[in-house]
Write a new protein. Structure first.
Length: 314
């Protein structure tokens, strides 16, 4: 994670809220899996991306979480977070991707503690009625491969970056978290079908921007939920010649734990959280078919491996 998170108490939070009450900021409330999350910022570009990224929430709804994005040269880049009120102060963040991930991390913390709904930093699609998810550390091809799968017949996107899971007696149910996707400018270089989409996106200083994939794949190509059947855990290890293999649930959990659950935006990570989240992933993986995919080949070759496995499993 490229930023530090420091937990603060109620007194410090009240002091900071009072200090920034007169800040000349813009604000917007959004709906993240039924929670109202309010964002306050001086950066109009970030506000526009926020509103394009998430589903809107009525301004009359009181917020469950509040995020202040503050420019203050006297501070290093960091997050101050008060967990009982779910208020966060983000100092000197110029990368929108971290802002939206912090919002999702805080939302996940609330849903986990109060509703037994858990966060997964991954992509999830519905392919011919079956849920498929790709979970991976950064820079191993999660977004590239998920957008590749969306080109399949009868494929629908639930989320390309973060989703929430509710466990019950059958297959795990995955719920999307975002209205539109935060994409890399080079996605059209890998899959040509997306070049028309990329040409319409305004990219930020990190080469990323909010895109409505429905422009290319159709209005009904994004759906709110699916039941997960296949889990692909991606890695990129040139010393391992095996490109795909079946894993036991325990092997899958061990891999996730070695990689911080493939989620650098968990906001709070302590012994209690580790116990709760480990138990969740053990249950989650036990209800699905789990595979390890080593993305050392070209994106097209890796895509073929994943597709063939999905077709065989379906």
């Amino acid at each position: 994670m490229g930023y530090k998170v420091e937990t603060i108490g109620l007194d410090r939070s009240y002091e900071l809220r009072s200090k920034y009450k007169g800040l000349k900021s813009y604000s917007s409330k959004v709906n993240i899996s039924g929670l109202c999350v309010e964002f306050l910022t001086e950066d109009r570009e970030h506000l526009k991306m926020w509103e394009d990224n998430f589903y809107s929430m009525s301004e009359e709804i009181r917020s469950h979480a509040k995020i202040y994005s503050i420019r203050d040269p006297s501070h290093e880049m960091k997050v101050l977070f008060e967990p009982s009120t779910n208020v966060a102060f983000l100092y000197n963040f110029d990368y929108y991707g971290w802002i939206k991930s912090i919002a999702l991390g805080i939302s996940g913390n609330i849903l986990e503690e109060a509703h037994d709904i858990y966060s997964v930093h991954g992509a999830v699609l519905d392919i011919d009625g079956k849920g498929v998810t790709l979970i991976a550390p950064s820079k191993t091809g999660k977004t590239t491969q998920s957008w590749g799968l969306l080109r399949m017949e009868n494929a629908y996107l639930v989320s390309d970056d973060w989703y929430f899971v509710k466990l019950g007696g059958g297959r795990p149910i995955a719920y999307g978290s975002e209205k539109n996707c935060y994409i890399d400018a080079d996605i059209g270089d890998v899959w040509e079908e997306y070049k028309p989409l990329v040409s319409q996106v305004v990219f930020d200083n990190k080469g990323r921007g909010i895109a409505n994939v429905r422009w290319v794949t159709g209005e009904s190509s994004v759906i709110p939920m699916t039941k997960i059947r296949c889990i692909f855990l991606l890695k990129r290890d040139k010393d391992d010649p095996v490109t795909i293999r079946r894993l036991s649930p325990k092997e899958g959990v061990d891999y996730l734990l070695k990689n911080d659950l493939c989620n650098p935006h968990q906001i709070i990570w302590n012994d209690h959280k580790k116990k709760v989240r480990t138990a969740f992933f053990a249950d989650f993986l036990s209800k699905c078919e789990v595979y390890s995919v080593n993305t050392i080949k070209t994106p097209q070759e890796t895509q073929e491996l994943i597709r063939n496995t999905i077709i065989q499993d379906l």
